[in-house]
Design a protein around this ligand. Structure first.
Ligand code: ADP
Length: 376
């Protein structure tokens, strides 16, 4: 599509210098320069799939000669390396029907060089008098894929390491807890007040550590590459279960919770439950002193995704912390409100694991709304 000419549309230019956007169709030299300057390799094919235009990047990347490329069918150029069944299917079946395709990966091997991965985007063009062309943009994504794969591997190792470490810490902790309990039970009457206090500290410390380990295990599971077992979940049931599990806390704080209509989504059930549990328990925990929590859970639909929200009337969050709270172990509160600082980090990972996002909208003193999306 030619660029639109926009006259006098830029305020910054002032009145004396009207702004004229360039129209590529009036400037063939500019068009040729753009085509030759872009980093991606570009090919234009006619309706017989013959190459009618190739840019400089194509010739350089594939060490192709103009005379062996221009005018030749796509499947014959470059020693027939583009003659693959999947590319054929895309060019001959998908493109005529859909008009475009994006992100098609193709493995490409030139003699004496390593296997490379190319990403292809394509569009069907009709240029006057019904002449049909195909535009193919080819990007070498080998390095991007390699570093992405390395990152995924490193993340997977890290999450299984944290899972194993957290898991193995449970056994010695159980011993500390049970022997502290035995000490208190069997010898409590013979201990002075200070010694009884020390034992209580040990027990409290062990209970806090238990909570931290449980949160660490959740965090490690949320960052696992593929926990397996996505299924259809009626979220109404999920929330009912969460509210039952949080029953004691809700009752203690006299929280009033309303839940709007919720959809059925396809997701990892345990993770989604943890996510709602984290958001709702935070909404209850971080209430304003002396004011009972009022919380609304809701879902909104857009064409591509579900947008969920958990709104509270709590203490709110200062703007400078609204991003930091999603980092692991970041807490804005002290011991007076129990927590591990891993709930929101886990929840955001869960949303991202499902292809969604999570963010907060909050005003200190007025309350917070946590949002997350799940693609349909
Ligand atoms: P925690 O286990 O401490 O609750 P989270 O990761 O869930 O850990 O939350 C991180 C911090 O963000 C909390 O310690 C709290 O200071 C703040 N926070 C989370 N949710 C809310 C909320 N609804 N209102 C106010 N502050 C919140």
């Amino acid at each position: 599509m030619p660029l639109k000419r926009t006259e006098g549309s830029s305020r910054r230019q002032g009145r004396s210098k009207p702004f004229n956007a360039l129209d590529l169709s009036d400037n063939p030299e500019l068009l040729a320069a753009v085509v030759d300057t872009v980093h991606e390799s570009l090919l234009v094919l006619d309706s017989e799939l013959r190459v009618v235009l190739a840019n400089r990047s194509f010739f350089n990347t594939f060490h192709a000669r103009a005379e062996a490329t221009l005018g030749h069918p796509l499947y014959e150029i470059d020693n027939c390396r583009w003659n693959t069944p999947s590319l054929k299917r895309l060019v001959e079946d998908v493109l005529p029907k859909e008009g475009s395709f994006e992100g098609f990966e193709l493995s490409y091997t030139a003699p004496g060089s390593r296997n490379r991965v190319m990403e292809l985007n394509a569009r069907r063009l009709e240029l006057g008098r019904g002449r049909q062309f195909l535009l193919l943009a080819i990007d070498d994504i080998t390095e991007r894929k390699r570093s992405n794969d390395a990152l995924l591997r490193a993340n997977a190792e890290l999450s299984s390491f944290s899972y194993a470490a957290a898991h193995d810490l449970q056994a010695p902790l159980r011993i500390v807890k049970s022997y502290a309990g035995l000490l208190a039970k069997k010898y409590g009457s013979r201990l002075d007040a200070a010694a009884a206090g020390y034992i209580r500290f040990i027990q409290e410390g062990a209970t806090n550590m238990e909570e931290l380990i449980r949160s660490l295990l959740q965090y490690a599971t949320a960052t696992e590459p593929d926990p397996g077992g996505k299924m259809e979940i009626p979220l109404k049931n999920t929330i009912e279960r969460v509210l039952t599990d949080l029953g004691a806390l809700i009752k203690k704080e006299a929280a009033e919770i309303t839940v709007g209509p919720l959809p059925i989504i396809t997701a990892y059930p345990v993770q989604i439950r943890q996510l709602f549990q984290n958001l709702i328990s935070n909404a209850v925990k971080y209430h304003k002193p002396g004011i009972a929590p009022v919380i609304q859970v809701a879902a909104k639909e857009s064409p591509e995704e579900w947008i969920f929200s958990v709104r509270d009337n709590g203490v709110g969050i200062e703007p400078q912390y609204q991003d930091q709270i999603f980092e692991p172990l970041k807490r804005l509160h002290g011991r007076e409100i129990p927590g591990s600082g891993l709930g929101l980090a886990t929840s955001r990972k869960v949303a991202e694991r499902h292809g969604g996002r999570m963010w907060v909208d909050s005003r200190p003193g007025a309350g917070s709304t946590f949002y997350f999306t799940i693609p349909k």
